[in-house]
Write a protein that binds this ligand. Structure first.
Ligand SMILES: [Zn+2]
Ligand SMILES: [Zn+2]
Length: 287
């Protein structure tokens, strides 16, 4: 049983269409994959079609519909993975729509700041790169690299440019994670705290995770490429103490992260424990 519970498609800031993510998941030998684009479920339809109509290469693969919600805790950006919720739940849908709309305003504001700083990037460039996707900083970073402002998109994520707190950084509308967990649960889904120790400058504390657990958090993403073995060991102990499910995922963004789907996975027991708590939607299995 190999389940990668954290991937992105070009419905948000990944580079590959959802159908390609499904094919790569199958090629990587996964049994299950969650599509968890930022603040949108727009990729689910195509992923589902790829499984239903796909040829032999995706046979046996299970799709876990999900989303990665933008949250803010004590002024810091925090990500919440949500799985198997009802995508039509009115309040959850309304809040994600609001986040997406604010992402556009915020991206435009960052482009203006970049222009003020002398970086030759235009909104038209960013919009063309994002296409119909939920716009995010990786799209701006790609425009910056295309214009020669930085050598690679990764170089844009510095304090000089668009990293958290950087000169051209603008915060976006985000949910209080306690509220987000409540919304996900109200929609019949399960909520997992994404990569709590992956940040370069700060991380979610044990106390904060305990408080989120009291609010209904179901799990913590322990196995993530940006978390060290020491951090994983600490989080594993914490999940045991708090009765949380320990999950894993690649956080694959296509070529942006170097195709790495399946590099981190969730244990079978943890996968089953999560699924058992969800009532808002069912996993989709390719027959
Ligand atoms: Zn994240
Ligand atoms: Zn992610």
């Amino acid at each position: 049983m190999r389940a990668d519970l954290h991937t992105h498609s070009d419905a948000s800031d990944g580079t590959d269409p959802p159908a390609d993510v499904m094919r790569r998941a199958a090629l990587a030998g996964l049994d299950a994959v969650a599509l968890t684009d930022h603040d949108t479920v727009a990729g689910h339809e195509q992923a589902r079609r790829a499984l239903n109509e796909g040829d032999g290469e995706v046979r046996g693969l299970t799709l876990v519909p999900g989303m990665e919600l933008s949250c803010r805790l004590d002024g810091r950006s925090v990500h919440l993975l949500a799985y198997l919720f009802d995508p039509d739940h009115p309040e959850l849908a309304e809040q994600t729509r609001r986040i997406r709309e604010d992402r556009v305003l915020r991206a435009r504001a960052m482009v203006r700041r970049l222009a003020d700083l002398g970086a030759a990037v235009t909104w038209d460039q960013v919009a063309a790169i994002a296409g119909t996707a939920v716009v995010g900083r990786p799209h701006i970073a790609r425009a910056m690299a295309a214009s020669g402002v930085v050598a690679t998109p990764a170089d844009a994520f510095s304090s000089e440019w668009i990293a958290d707190g950087g000169r051209a950084y603008v915060a976006k509308y985000a949910l209080d994670p306690t509220r987000a967990i409540g919304l996900v649960r109200a929609a019949g889904g399960v909520a997992v705290l994404a990569h709590p120790r992956a940040g370069r400058t700060w991380s979610v504390s044990d106390q904060q995770i305990a408080a989120l657990t009291a609010a209904g958090l179901a799990g913590v993403e322990v196995f993530h490429p940006d978390q060290s073995s020491a951090q994983r060991a600490g989080l594993l102990g914490l999940t045991r103490d708090l009765g949380l499910v320990a999950t894993g995922g690649s956080d694959d963004h296509g070529s942006l992260t170097g195709h790495r789907i399946g590099c981190e996975t969730t244990a079978a027991g943890a996968y089953e424990a999560l699924l058992a708590q969800a009532t808002g939607a069912r996993p989709i299995r390719s027959g």
